[in-house]
Write a protein that binds this ligand. Sequence first.
Ligand code: AMP
Ligand code: ZN
Length: 146
Amino acid sequence: MSDETKDCIFCKIIRGEIPSAKVYEDDDVFAFLDLSQVTKGHTLIIPKKHEKDLFHLDPNVAATLFRRVPVIARAIKEAFHPVGMNLLNNNSSLAGQSVFHYHIHLIPRYDENDTFSFQFQPHVDDYSNEQRADIAAAIAEHIKSI
Ligand code: AMP
Ligand code: ZN
């Protein structure tokens, strides 16, 4: 076992070395309640294969993982009847990642005053259409085969 996997808190949860409130498990995916319930039912979905973040995630692992996301989201909805749900995935400490084993947060939303908030500030005037086209082209040229 690599040091990364041995010391990783989420790998330890998968191996049952530390307790978790398990929501779902199969050969490839594990889902459990976030210790800090930002809202009731806040759930983390992780691949069993340790990858630290989105930049390292194998697209096939991502496909397997994301297949489970709507199923688990619907289960949360049926259990607690939230109005909506936010999907969140932080990559790097700068972006708020604190556990370096890839994970998706499912955060059920109950009302405007629940304990999570997230809002995009409007930036429509920051770039011209030409600048937006240049930005899109710069990204597009780096997309490898999918
Ligand atoms: P992030 O900040 O996006 O990396 O999210 C990591 C999340 O893992 C945080 O929301 C923590 O509350 C959660 N967390 C850390 N340790 C545990 C644990 N032992 N069991 C469940 N959730 C945990
Ligand atoms: Zn891990």
